[in-house]
Unconditional design. Structure first.
Length: 352
């Protein structure tokens, strides 16, 4: 397993990060423990979770993933072996996260409440990387840009200033409850504003990472954010590297395998747009011609990008997990790179 520096910190994280969002709905506690045991044995030292999880978000399962990780830490006594990332929920109308039953915002009071609850569920005294799951300001994230016309990009009356968010996070760093800070589902503008406000205030932590979607069907990160990563050392923690499983081909021709996420939750619309299936078939063809599993090709592509710090993989079965972690050993030849880029030139980013 390859290890990479997280931002400008002294942490060396595995190039494969274990994503956990299915634990508590699609996976049981015992299955989550089994996945963590296997991943750690394979050299994966980086786990990612969130107060929001499991997915899809529901009041009755909120926090279940952190509880499963916490019970594993307690049972194994190995907290020191894992670099743990979690997240505070951003702006939303959901009312089940906070004790007062209000909507979520990234302000000092809510950040403090979220951290305390996560630490309790995780059965740990600290979180290595604490990320803002999505911005406090109103914006459209993680969706097709044709919907941007409806997004209110103007500041909201109750928008928490970025400086205040960083001040609150800085207090938690000083208290030892979190070690470092990261962003998620963030834009180039937002990332640079966080960096500027960090530089402008004493004790404000510097964002060390940004967790955004990145895969063969959505390479929009390369347009602006990759330059920030390379120049400012805010590394990408790439999520959805298999495009919610669509890049494996299992949903082609409208198939809905039993137990698959889109079968259970009907949340795959992002990958069912015009041009997506053409692109998926092309990438699968490249993989098969090279003697690779389609998942191996898609995952190896993400892991090999110079701006990617870690590739966040997820699995609901041990077979999927073994393929995902094993993809770290796959090397893309220049010929494969050329074929991938040729498809990208033709189909672009059908699923931004």
């Amino acid at each position: 397993m390859e290890y990479r520096r997280l931002g400008r910190t002294d942490l060396q994280v595995s190039a494969i990060c274990l994503g956990t969002m299915t634990w508590g709905q699609q996976n049981t506690e015992a299955e989550g423990h089994q996945q963590m045991d296997y991943a750690l044995d394979q050299g994966v030292n980086f786990f990612d979770t969130a107060e929001l999880y499991s997915i899809p978000p529901k009041a009755e399962t909120q926090g279940s993933t952190e509880r499963i990780i916490g019970s594993w830490f307690k049972a194994r006594g190995n907290r020191d072996k894992v670099i743990l990332a979690s997240k505070v929920v951003g702006r939303s109308a959901n009312t089940w996260f906070r004790d007062d039953g209000g909507e979520t915002r990234v302000n000092r009071r809510q950040i403090n409440e979220a951290v305390e609850k996560s630490l309790k569920r995780l059965q740990t005294d600290y979180i290595d990387l604490y990320q803002i799951h999505f911005p406090d300001r109103p914006m459209q994230w993680g969706s097709n840009p044709t919907r941007f016309k409806r997004a209110p990009f103007a500041a909201a009356a109750d928008e928490t200033p970025i400086a205040e968010q960083l001040d609150a996070l800085g207090e938690l760093v000083k208290a030892g409850k979190i070690r470092h800070v990261g962003l998620s589902n963030e834009s180039a503008w937002g990332t640079m504003r966080f960096l500027a406000e960090s530089d402008a205030g004493v004790g404000r932590p510097r964002p060390q990472s940004i967790q955004n979607a990145y895969n063969l069907l959505n390479r929009t990160y390369e347009t602006a954010l990759a330059e920030i990563t390379m120049r400012e050392q805010v590394g990408l923690l790439a999520y959805s590297p298999l495009a919610q499983g669509y890049l494996t081909g299992k949903y082609l021709d409208g198939a809905r395998p039993a137990g698959a996420r889109s079968t259970l939750f009907q949340r795959g619309q992002r990958y069912e747009v015009p041009g997506a299936e053409e692109a998926i078939r092309a990438y699968i063809g490249i993989a098969r011609e090279a003697g690779l599993d389609p998942a191996e090709l898609a995952l190896a592509f993400v892991t090999s990008r110079p701006f990617v710090t870690a590739n966040i993989i997820g699995a609901t079965t041990m077979e999927q997990l073994k393929i995902a972690i094993g993809s770290a050993a796959v090397t893309l030849t220049p010929e494969l790179e050329d074929k991938i880029d040729a498809v990208h030139q033709r189909v672009g980013n059908p699923c931004p």
